[in-house]
Design a protein around this ligand. Structure first.
Ligand code: ADP
Ligand code: ADP
Length: 223
C-alpha cells in the first residue's frame, strides 16, 4: 500500500503543482487521471524519488519514501513520460546491461530474466534489433520490460499511451494488467478510456488537487 499524505509542491517560480494531495493506493492497477498541467508528472516524479516535495509524506509499506529514497528505488519500476532516446544497442543487450545495474550479476540468472521479459512484452523476435529504430509502441513495451527488471513492487507509468495507435495502445494496456494484482501499478493519463476499464480505483487531479477518488462507478455517480 502506498500512502500519500498532505503532499504539496511549489516550483521555484511559484507554480503550485501539488496542493495538499492525500491518497491511499492499494495493490493492483490505479489510475491517475487529469488534464495537462494537473500535476500528474510532478506527483509521479515525487513518488519515484526524483524530486522532493515542499511538504507532506509518502510511505510504501514500511518505507518512508522521502527520508529513505534509496530503499524505494530498490523496489521501484518507473517508466517516465517521453521515454524515447536510446543508444544504438540491441534490445537484448540494453536489458542485459540494465539487469547488471540492478544488481543481477549472475550470467544465467540474467539470461533467464532478460529472455522472460522479452517474451512477456512480445519483443523476442526483434531482440537483436537496434532500439533506436523501434516504433513508439515497441519503445513503450521495451520501457515496461526495463522497468520490470528486478521484480519491483511499485510500478509507475506516466502517460504511456501518448502517440500510440489503438492496437499498440491496447497491447500496452493489456500488458500492464498482466503484470498482476500483487504489485502497485500507477497509470497516469489524460485519457479517460485508458483507466475506465482497467483500474478498479482511480483519482482525478486538477490544478494540483484531488477532485475525486474512488471506483469508476463511484466517480460516475458523483459527476
Ligand atoms: P501534468 O503531468 O498533469 O501535465 P505537471 O506535473 O507536468 O502536470 O505540471 C503541473 C504544473 O507545474 C503545470 O502548471 C506545469 O506548467 C508546472 N511545472 C511542471 N514542471 C515545472 C518546473 N520544472 N518548473 C516550473 N513549473 C513546472
Ligand atoms: P558476453 O559478451 O559477456 O560473453 P553475451 O552478450 O555473449 O555475453 O551473452 C550473455 C548471455 O546472453 C549468453 O548466454 C548468450 O547466449 C545470451 N544472449 C546474448 N544475446 C542473445 C540473444 N540475442 N538472444 C538470446 N540469447 C542471447
Amino acid at each position: 500500500m502506498l500512502e500519500i499524505a498532505n503532499l504539496s509542491h511549489t516550483y521555484p517560480n511559484g507554480t503550485v503543482a501539488l496542493d495538499d494531495v492525500t491518497l491511499s493506493i492499494p495493490r493492483g492497477m490505479y489510475g491517475l487521471l487529469g488534464p495537462n498541467g494537473a500535476g500528474k508528472s510532478t506527483l509521479m516524479r515525487t513518488i519515484a524519488t526524483l524530486q522532493e516535495p515542499t511538504a507532506g509524506t509518502i510511505t510504501f509499506g514500511a518505507i518512508d519514501v522521502i527520508a529513505e529514497p534509496e530503499k524505494l528505488r530498490r523496489t521501484l519500476g518507473y517508466l517516465p513520460q517521453d521515454f524515447g532516446v536510446y543508444p544504438r544497442v540491441s534490445a537484448y543487450s540494453m536489458l542485459d546491461q540494465v539487469a547488471v545495474l540492478k544488481g543481477i550479476t549472475g550470467k544465467s540468472e540474467r539470461k533467464s530474466v532478460v529472455e522472460t521479459l522479452l517474451n512477456q512484452v512480445n519483443l523476442w523476435a526483434v531482440r537483436d534489433k537496434n532500439i533506436a529504430g523501434f516504433s513508439g509502441g515497441m519503445r513503450q513495451r521495451f520501457g515496461i520490460a526495463q522497468a520490470l527488471i528486478g521484480n519491483p513492487e511499485l510500478i509507475i507509468v506516466d502517460e504511456p499511451t501518448a502517440g500510440l495507435d489503438p492496437e499498440e495502445r491496447n497491447r500496452f494496456l493489456n500488458l500492464l494488467v498482466a503484470i498482476g494484482d500483487n504489485v502497485v501499478v500507477i497509470l497516469s493519463t489524460h485519457i479517460v478510456d485508458d483507466v475506465a476499464d482497467l483500474c478498479p480505483r482511480m483519482a482525478v487531479l486538477a490544478n494540483g488537487r484531488v477532485q475525486i477518488e474512488g471506483s469508476p462507478g463511484e466517480l460516475i455517480a458523483s459527476t
